[in-house]
Write a protein that binds this ligand. Structure first.
Ligand code: ADP
Ligand code: ASP
Ligand code: MG
Length: 451
């Protein structure tokens, strides 16, 4: 059995949906097909909800555009005899959605819970339509078996309950192709939740792992996992193969092609991932597996990633040696609040995602309140407007010429480096640069190391 996941662009237009149909119906074995919302719809749902919550009646227009797009897709891709049935189902979903938007508008109130309800419609709609387009398929509604729990105000997977429910749903179930909406889930109260933006990849991976699939295929709009984001680096090229660890490192540092949590479930079951292009299905794609197949002569460099919005927390003091257990306390305090550290340099500058920066400052100021009072620490300062660029490779710290090349590439562009971790990690070298210099830094480093 295989699990296939089709992202937003793959299911975004009638033409791309025809490719999806061809790919799925062309599989000889049993398949589970996880689908995203039509490309761009999740953003439009969020935007419409925000307009409604401000009492801005133009929400009715953006809502109407969402309706029209789905109806148009049904007209184009669903066979005549199923059209009335799909339209009836889709219209009832739209009636519910329209009422939710109206309630948001009346109350001028948009809670996280309501937003979760709103965004769920993207995958609910797309999956219903696609299930009426694929021959010989059966529909499975993911909130019945993907369960989340709350941690640090975020929905995270409730692994135990999800595993039980996936087995209850799929063990012994008969189907050639199963259609499953990605991204959406429920909590144990039965409220609709989701796995985070980009989360359809994760839905597919969870199913693949629990059901011991032979492979997880991520179908998207590029030929595979590339050496850098092709929207910025025009000379980026596809890597034939990567290990889980390498892909994980690239994704954790922002490579959008796979949602980071996706890698863990399949990695633990040693189920390989193939990244494939819905628009060029003959292309071999990228295989992500446990073992490295690098041949002699292949570079140990794997790719470049970036995180556009990061902040630096800086510890300003005369001597950090005077502060007992400084690093350990920083790591513990941030970990307890669920904040991930991207980089720490020798001068104790800590890079974090900007979304975490305010909470991180508060947590650290609380942790070091006595040192701040007695003057051992002068200040815990926050610097914003920065980006992080990560060069990922194996044994990267052992090769001093790599950091030298990165520095020269940045010098050439006149990019100032605010922090870097060279020498402290074996799998990546990360540099912090000004946000407006990030793209030129990426292009320049790519040209020097990968071309
Ligand atoms: P989907 O809708 O299929 O989930 P995403 O937009 O989430 O697709 O991810 C695919 C996109 O990721 C590509 O179109 C590409 O622009 C971008 N991307 C960023 N970094 C990389 C990379 N290293 N390799 C391939 N694609 C990348
Ligand atoms: N539709 C969701 C999003 O846009 C999930 C996904 O596409 O994976 O984030
Ligand atoms: Mg995606």
């Amino acid at each position: 059995m295989k699990v296939l996941k089709f992202g937003g662009t793959s299911v975004g237009t009638p033409a791309s949906l025809r490719n999806v149909k061809k790919i799925v119906e062309g599989c000889d074995e049993q398949v589970i097909v996880v689908v995203s919302a039509l490309g761009g719809i999740t953003d439009q749902l969020i935007n419409t909800a925000r307009l409604a919550s401000q009492g801005d009646m133009t929400y009715l227009q953006t809502y109407a555009a969402i309706v029209e797009r789905h109806i148009n897709v049904i007209e184009e891709v669903v066979v005549a005899e199923s059209k009335a049935q799909v339209k009836a189902k889709v219209n009832s979903l739209f009636e519910e959605l329209g009422n939710i938007f109206w309630a948001i508008c009346l109350l001028r109130d948009l809670s996280d819970r309501t937003m979760d309800m709103v965004v769920s419609f993207g995958e609910r709609l797309s999956s219903v339509i696609i299930s009426k387009m694929i021959a010989d398929c059966r529909y499975f509604y993911s909130p019945e078996f993907i369960v989340t729990q709350n941690q640090f105000g975020k929905h995270i997977l409730d692994n135990e309950e999800t595993t039980i429910r996936i087995h209850e749903t799929f063990d012994g179930a008969e189907f050639k192709s199963a259609i499953v909406p990605g991204f959406i889930s429920t909590d144990r109260n039965g409220d609709i939740t989701n796995l985070g933006r980009g989360g359809s990849d994760y839905t597919a991976s969870i199913l693949a792992a629990v059901l011991n699939a032979d492979i997880l295929e991520i179908w998207t709009d590029v030929d595979g996992f590339m050496t850098a984001d092709p929207r910025i680096v025009k000379n980026a090229y596809v890597m034939d193969h990567m290990t889980f660890a390498e892909a994980m490192e690239l994704c954790n540092f922002g490579a959008k092609v796979i949602y980071p949590p996706t890698l863990y479930p399949v990695y633990h079951k040693n189920i390989s991932i193939k990244v494939k292009n819905t628009f060029n299905y003959e292309a071999p794609g990228t295989l992500i597996s446990a073992t490295s197949v690098s041949t002699s002569g292949q570079s140990e460099l794997r790719g470049l990633s970036y995180i556009r919005e990061i902040s630096l927390v800086k510890f300003i003091c005369d001597s950090s040696d005077d502060i007992q257990g400084l690093s350990e306390r920083i790591f513990n305090a941030l970990a307890k609040s669920g904040i991930g550290i991207l980089l720490v340099d020798k001068a104790l500058r800590i890079a974090l995602k900007s979304a975490d920066a305010k909470l991180a400052s508060e947590v650290l100021i609380r942790e070091f309140s006595s040192e701040l009072r007695n003057g051992l620490l002068k200040e815990i300062a926050l610097q914003e407007g920065l980006s992080l660029v990560a060069v990922v490779g194996n044994h990267i710290s052992q090769n001093s010429s790599i950091f030298r090349n990165i520095s020269e590439a940045l010098d050439k562009e006149g990019c100032h480096v605010y922090a870097h971790n060279s020498g402290s990690a074996d799998t990546n070298i990360s540099v912090v640069v000004a946000k407006e210099e990030m793209e030129s830094a990426l292009i320049s480093i790519h040209s020097r190391l990968f071309e």
